[in-house]
Design a protein. Sequence first.
Length: 318
Amino acid sequence: MNRHQASKQQSAHSVHAPSMVSVPLRKEAIMQSLKHVGGISAFKVPDMPDVVILLEKEANSRYPNARKFAEIIESNNVITGEILSIVKSPTFLRHMSATVEIKTIHHVISLIGIQKTYRLAVAAAIRSIPAQSTLFRSIIDHSFDVALACAEIAGYVQGIDINDAYLFGLFRDAGAIGVANSLQQQYDRYWYHLLSFPGTGTVLEEQELKIRHDYLGVVAARQWGFGSGEGEGDMLIAIQEHHNYQQLSQFTNERVRLLVAIGLLAEVLVGEINAENYQATEVEQVRATALDVLYLSDEIKKLIRMNLLSLFIDRTPS
């Protein structure tokens, strides 16, 4: 099936379209959130294992060596297994042109390259972080479900690579991981409120805690060494704006617009399938806004939902 063509002609929607919005990094707001969570020393995401640090050094070297890169990954059985599990998932296999069965990290590198394999290694490292609390595990598990849904949706949207969509889906709530580490059980209520209100859930944490986990997601992503690579600046903006459905259609940066729309639709679908969304009116508003940007046909929408239902409901608990 051909990939869905996401239109680039937003002006065709209406002759009275609202003015477009160029969104920079909200540096002052990020620093305010960081201050109220206790400062940079208090806001911490779990450290990456040494293997990821070695991979980053090799990936960013002048002449990265694929064999050496693969050997570094394969020195860690957990990360190796997670990467192969991600790439061999139905979502990835549907949208990748693999000509051989994927059995080794060498196969993965040959298929998607060193840089994308490095990103998957970061994702695998995050997934393998030991659960520090029930709240921490809830955020991690939810983030991985959203990441898979983002990859599934991106398979039908022109201009967004499924690997990038997957990583964006995973990093969307990286700020919540850092906040949970800082505030511990105090953040429980705010996290579960966010699941019910995918568009305006940040209002409660901003009013009562004076923080925004979406803004702090930029800090978390950078602590994990993300943000300076090709295309990663746009992804930082998308992480920052991932709840901003009110201005979504006005974003001037198409890549940011599509990533945020994909993430919002993924959030809604995952919430429905996992019975996490309870505010029906807002959920429908967010869904409609995301679909208005993505231009998915009814056939594609049904297919995405069917694929995700199969993936989430039929999976074997780990």
